[in-house]
Write a protein that binds this ligand. Structure first.
Ligand SMILES: Nc1ncnc2c1ncn2[C@@H]1O[C@H](COP(=O)(O)OP(=O)(O)OP(=O)(O)O)[C@@H](O)[C@H]1O
Ligand SMILES: [Mg+2]
Length: 455
């Protein structure tokens, strides 16, 4: 499929050099479009640095973590006056941040400050109605002090002062490509995205027993591990343990698949890479193990088309960017690799791990969810209602959307007010007159002033 019209518009804007915030509901093709943007910018001779908040998200888009690109340690970075001295950032023309909803406010302060001072193009991509940044109790304590609030509750990137300063041009993708064969599901998912619980009667018609051939997504690691281990144990075939290997350095946190992988013939697995040779499977394809070969490979029967594919050990690279002065280009250097079969037990995954994925057949358990966007992320992985099995009925208290997110998107969709010359001079007069008596400004005048200053 070609890019849709709205996707193409963003690519064109990126090539014009705009600072962009690319947003839209789940499955509208944000990641797909991001990929095109990177290719086109590179073709146009631009130096591009791709970053994401977590190691796994970064590896997904062939980028590096924000911390690594900007040379940040693990400690919070609210003192945004420090500017990155990393050469790659100084030399880059364009900096891209994916999964912006998970970027913590202090990190964004730092990015924004650096980009503003160094005058770079910044493109951020993501949906704030999906999962928020992870804030540990310690982070909370430090950030509350730094931002002088009694108890910091949220730390979204758009709460950073830098967000306003960057003057992003917002581009919204509205067409749901993931659910393009099921308009009713797409419409109801869009409703719950910003908390409209009128979608619940429809969604609750999808409550059903577990489909044994479908992946289960649930809130906690514990639930997912339990389901996977129980299912593995219940198979009476021989257990085989396959160990991953590291060459050079590769952070343990970033291992895309377990280093001690326990598998059995008959086990459900998810393949975690795209087929490097032909197009027989993609990252996220699921199947069942048929046999092990003696060269460390595994034959998997794919769900869906029933094809048998050979999965062999895969090498993931942990990359680092360096600036090459002679060629005036940003080069990727491999710091290390991780070699393992690109498989995970596939009966269950957490909602956090499922962000960004597409599943054709999925069981959803929302019993233990706790945060904004979690139910929406889980439900929106499905492509059709037929392939979406809700294990319990959903009630309104499970559709959690932070009010800050709702207000943020309300602000974005407000039409830009055009002001005439007369408007402006009348307002100037008003402001001058009122400066001595500020209290006399009406709500409406204040609103106009704010619009003017913003414009
Ligand atoms: N123009 C396109 N042509 C073909 N396939 C597309 C196109 N746009 C999106 N897709 C496909 O639609 C699905 C959803 O796209 P993608 O994952 O990029 O959406 P997203 O907006 O990033 O979703 P999420 O918010 O869940 O991460 C993917 O399978 C992707 O390959
Ligand atoms: Mg995505």
């Amino acid at each position: 499929m070609e890019l849709t019209k709205e996707q193409q518009e963003v690519v064109d804007a990126a090539l014009r050099g705009e600072n962009i915030y690319l947003y839209g509901g789940a499955g509208t093709g944000k990641s797909y479009t991001l990929n095109k943007i990177v290719n086109e910018l590179k073709d146009a001779g631009k130096k591009v640095v791709i970053t994401a908040p977590t190691g796994v998200a970064a590896i997904n888009v062939h980028g590096v973590t924000i911390n690594k690109a900007f040379g940040l340690g693990i400690k919070p970075s609210p003192n945004s006056h420090i500017i990155s001295t990393q050469t790659v950032i100084r030399e880059a023309d364009v900096i891209i941040v994916d999964e912006i909803s998970m970027v913590r406010r202090d990190r964004f302060d730092y990015i924004g400050n650096t980009v503003n001072r160094l005058n770079k193009q910044l493109i951020v991509v993501g949906d704030f109605a999906q999962l928020p940044p992870i804030i540990t109790p310690k982070d909370k304590e430090v950030l509350s002090k730094a931002y002088k609030v009694s108890e910091l509750k949220t730390a979204y990137a758009f709460e950073s002062v830098q967000w306003e300063r960057l003057n992003f041009k917002p581009y919204q993708l509205t067409e749901s490509i993931r659910q393009n064969n099921d308009a009713t599901l797409a419409e109801n998912l869009n409703k719950i995205r910003l908390g409209d619980t009128n979608a619940l009667p429809y969604l609750n018609t999808l409550v059903s027993d577990e489909d044994e051939t479908a992946i289960t997504i649930c809130a906690t690691n514990k639930e997912a591990d339990n389901i996977n281990n129980k299912q593995l144990e219940s198979l009476d075939t021989e257990e085989v343990t396959i160990n991953g290997r590291v060459i050079g350095t590769f952070k343990e946190n970033n291992y895309p698949v377990p280093t001690e992988l326990k598998l059995k013939v008959g086990a459900d697995v998810v393949i975690c890479v795209n087929d490097p040779k032909s197009d027989k499977y993609q990252n996220g394809s699921r199947g069942k193990i048929v046999s092990f070969n003696d060269r460390g490979g595994v034959i998997v029967e794919l769900y869906g088309d029933g094809n048998h594919v050979l999965i062999e050990p895969y090498e993931w690279e942990d990359i680092e960017y360096v600036y090459d002065e002679i060629t005036d280009s940003i080069e990727e250097i491999t710091k290390g690799s991780y070699i393992q079969l690109p498989l995970k037990l596939g009966w269950a995954v957490t909602i956090h791990k499922s962000q960004g994925q597409t599943y054709e057949n999925v069981n959803v358990s929302l019993q233990r969810i706790w945060e904004s966007g979690q139910a929406y992320v889980a439900l929106s992985r499905a492509t059709t209602a037929k392939g979406l099995h809700l294990l319990n009925s959903i009630n309104a208290s499970q559709i959690i959307v932070d009010n800050k997110v709702i207000n943020f998107y309300k602000g974005l969709s407000q039409p830009i007010v055009e002001h005439t010359e007369e408007d402006i001079s009348a307002l100037k007069n008003k402001i001058e007159n009122c400066l001595t008596e500020f209290d006399t400004l009406t709500e409406e005048t204040l609103h106009k002033i704010v619009q003017l200053v913003k414009g």
